[in-house]
Design a protein around this ligand. Sequence first.
Ligand code: BTN
Length: 262
Amino acid sequence: MTATSSKNTRFGKPVHRFETIDTTMTEATIRAEDGAAEGTLILADEQTSGRGRLGRTWVSERGAGLYFSLVLRPPAAAARSPVLTLALGLGAARGIGEACGVQCDIRWPNDVLLNDKKCCGILVESATESGSVRYAIAGVGINVNQAAMPPDLSDIATSLRIETGCEYLRETVLQAVLKHCERYYEMFLERGPQPIVNAFSRASSYARGKKVVVELGGSRVYGTTAGLDPGGVLLLEQEDGSIEPILAGSVRPWNKPGEEGL
Ligand code: BTN
């Protein structure tokens, strides 16, 4: 990738680029602790300990994907809100769509999908002290030019190249994603959660009417998605008709026994 010269007003200024790093999340946290400005971008060609939500690993093949973290300094309430993750997921989906001419789906809260497989994930970590938020780090991983995914992931994860047969300039994808992430972030700061929740509900096939299983730590909840509440919490209608708010967890499609292939 060539050196980044961002056209964005806030995201990607400055850029710190690494060939290899353990994880851009830790580097961004260190820089944020040192007072790095909002929009500071940590970008790596390869991560040796890339991490995802819920303690998972983010496989970060050298030179194939985009792996970056942004330092954000939103007001405390915004940093604590799950809507921040939704805003960045929307931005990533729109940016990928624009750069690659594809239509991405989004799965609550943080998975960007192409042809029902995950091509991008978002990880937001907020630093709090005495109840107040000092900064948030938004990590974005995009599988761009991987020719194949690791066998244990190939059923659920993909790359833009695998799905379209095209290779992409990562710089072009990066700039489009930064532009749209910044747009949705500013929308959230200026107008609050509702426009983001509305946009997410329109963009996500998972927001309503999808049979899913939600993994919550050790337990599983099954049901049909029933929209998002005004704070971005996913609502799940269970078989007895009760509505369960889902605050965290991992959402997957659920084919009821006997309904596979329908
Ligand atoms: C997820 O889907 O679970 C979130 C994945 C986030 C991966 C990105 S890659 C850049 C940044 N550095 C990390 O270690 N993780 C995030």
